[in-house]
Design a protein. Structure first.
Length: 222
């Protein structure tokens, strides 16, 4: 990640917020019918800039989380002050040590930034960054369909997506269910690219509607 990458989301948000204030001022200053078209043209241009800034902000945040996983259900305090080492040892235990020939490299790990819950309450989620993206993807594949247990506690592993990316990925849910029912090999790549194996070819879709049309016209007719 570039040295100034951590500053970019904050700067983008400040820029978008500043433009919103500017739009509000200009709209309030429109005092005549003659002035309105010019004001609205400026407002429209600034709205487009705000949307672009927010898209950039979400893209930066999404990429910063690309190697992250969320681990839910591990009791508080199990890390004993060493969350990185704990997660690196926990995942092979949960998913099977035979799947990890080399030691798992975890760059960072921490509980979500919330007050520590009282005794007996739901523990905070652990956020961990896996060093290699391919390893993170393999972890997510291994946990699929598994009942993970840590000392009698059910544990769940999820990808760490932004709200926007999660919403976009959920829009593919119906078409992916149809592909599973048809036993068609597919995968949803980051952030929202559906790849489908069909007749020896790899087809990709970034639109749920386009993917649904393909399922209806090309797959269900077979």
């Amino acid at each position: 990640m570039p040295p100034n990458a951590s500053k970019q989301p904050k700067e983008s948000l400040q820029s978008a917020t500043g433009m919103e204030h500017s739009i509000s001022r200009e709209a309030s200053q429109a005092t005549s019918d003659e002035a309105l078209p010019l004001v609205w043209e400026k407002v429209s241009n600034k709205i487009l800039k705000i949307l672009n800034e927010r898209l950039k902000l979400d893209d930066l945040e999404g990429r910063s989380r690309r190697n992250n996983i969320k681990i839910v259900g591990v009791p508080e305090g199990e890390e004993k002050g060493k969350p990185v080492e704990f997660v690196a040892g926990l995942l092979p235990k949960l998913l099977g040590a035979t799947h990890f020939v080399e030691p798992l490299i975890v760059d960072r790990a921490h509980r979500v930034l919330q007050p520590k819950p009282p005794e007996g309450a739901k523990p905070r989620t652990i956020i961990a960054r896996v060093h290699f993206y391919t390893e993170k993807e393999r972890i997510l594949r291994l946990r699929a369909g598994c009942n993970l247990d840590y000392n009698g506690h059910k544990v769940y592993i999820f990808p760490d997506y932004t709200a926007e990316v999660l919403s976009q990925r959920r829009s593919f849910r119906d078409v992916m269910q149809a592909l599973r029912a048809l036993q068609v090999t597919h995968t949803l790549r980051f952030p929202t690219k559906l790849c489908v194996q069909h007749n020896g070819q790899l087809k990709s879709f970034t639109s749920p509607a386009e993917a649904a049309r393909f399922v209806e016209s090309d797959l269900k007719q077979v």
